[in-house]
Write a protein that binds this ligand. Structure first.
Ligand SMILES: [Fe+2]
Length: 227
């Protein structure tokens, strides 16, 4: 289902994967996560140091040699979901002609952790497949909404958005098997994961690499550090 928030097309649906397939994907994600936080590089402007987590792409051969059988079908499914989204949400009639690229990132949280507010640069859209949302979570209708528990929060992308203020954030309840696909520039975050166990998901950043002048870009040939 694609919901038009604010209006911004956001797809959320139950993915077609069985419990066994979700478990295969979860184990692979956790296994590949081990290098995710090692040796974080420092990215910074002179007075703004930012430590980012090491970013991986599980679609690289280096990782795919360890992938379970379900992996190839997962990758094909991502491609299919994205093309259907582009057709339905944006009316791209020649969607099957597009060259698409993707990066797949393993994400794993322990209790108390959350995703800080962020958007995704250098891509057009983001797909999340939730694999594990922990144990002992309170039912949404009984939850203390001043605390929350792992909900995905999407923020209204319009600057100076007006009344009504309570429509500016959209909360999406997460569960294993949930797929969400949204434009990469939408600011988003999660409430802290307050249950037990682990919270595991695959994040795929997606970009269209044809029919949009990408091939016309060239290197500038200089360096910002050597004027
Ligand atoms: Fe994100």
């Amino acid at each position: 289902m694609i919901d038009y928030l604010w209006p911004t097309p956001v797809l959320y649906d139950s993915a077609p994967w069985s419990e066994a397939e979700i478990e295969e994907l979860r184990q692979f994600t956790v296994d590949r996560f081990h290098a995710h936080k090692t040796c974080p590089p420092v990215h910074g402007l002179p007075d703004v140091d930012v430590k980012l987590r090491v970013q991986l792409n599980l679609f690289h051969e280096h990782h795919e040699v360890h992938a379970p059988d379900v992996w190839i079908r997962f990758k094909q499914w991502v491609d299919s979901v994205y093309r259907k989204y582009l057709l339905e949400a944006h009316g791209v009639r020649n969607v099957h002609d597009l060259k698409l690229q993707a990066r797949c990132i393993p994400v794993r949280y322990l209790p108390g952790m959350r995703a800080q507010p962020h958007y995704h640069h250098t891509c057009d859209h983001v797909l999340c497949l939730y694999l594990d949302c922990g144990r002992g979570r309170s039912p949404p209708d009984q939850r203390d909404w001043t605390v929350g528990d792992g909900e995905l929060i999407l923020q209204d992308p319009r600057p100076m958005a007006g009344f009504p203020f309570w429509e500016k954030l959209r909360y999406i309840e997460t569960f294993p098997g949930l797929v969400v696909l949204h434009p990469s520039r939408v600011w988003h975050e999660t409430n802290p994961f307050n249950a037990q166990g682990e919270r595991t998901l695959l994040v795929v950043t997606l970009r269209v690499m044809s029919h949009n002048y990408c091939e016309l870009y060239t290197d500038l040939g200089g360096s910002a550090l050597c004027p």
